[in-house]
Design a protein around this ligand. Sequence first.
Ligand code: ADP
Ligand code: MG
Length: 208
Amino acid sequence: MSNEAASVVRLSLSRAFAAISAAEEELGRIDAAAGDGDHGSAMVRGFRAATAAADTAGTAGQVLVQAGTAFADAAAGASGALIGMLLTTIGQSLPDDQIDAIAMHRALAAGLKAVQRLGKAQPGDKTMVDTLDPFIRAYGEAAASGATLVAAWRSALPAAEQGAQSTAEMISRRGRSSRLGERSRGHLDPGAVSMLYVLRAVGEALLE
Ligand code: ADP
Ligand code: MG
């Protein structure tokens, strides 16, 4: 069982790597509007390293911890540390046996909490949190009403998309783009968009 879950984690990471690689230029362009333009390349570096590190024996949780550590080392920058922390914390929070929808919700919530502890971003600050927070809420509601992990994940994707879209109207209060203040309005947040692509890619991997 745990071996099967570890395989799903490896597949999810490689689907995320593929999706982020395909979006590398787009993410760089979005980051260039209010940041320094490196978000696409940073995410590609992070997921390349995470995918390589995931090619190891172990439980789903152990694979995610390895992947998160590699992500943070390789991607550097704000998003590297934050997504590395997200993956590692989800990995540490997953049970070794039976990963059901509720257990995954606990792990996702712990991951978001760790990201917020590290980066101090609240919803509305124009960051990846604006995608993650509504996704995890919608996921949690579906899981609590009995949906399977796969069904809950897929049903929460529209909330992630709305969250990512909503960053266009926000003023950045965290990270590099916060220096622009009011002028950061009118642009999507790159980290919110890449997080949406990752969540979608995992949703695809879960169907396989
Ligand atoms: P850098 O800002 O170091 O160039 P990236 O360009 O790779 O790093 O990532 C920028 C993204 O990181 C932002 O779009 C935002 O989503 C996310 N981010 C930056 N700072 C924070 C923070 N304190 N909390 C949450 N997310 C953040
Ligand atoms: Mg950047």
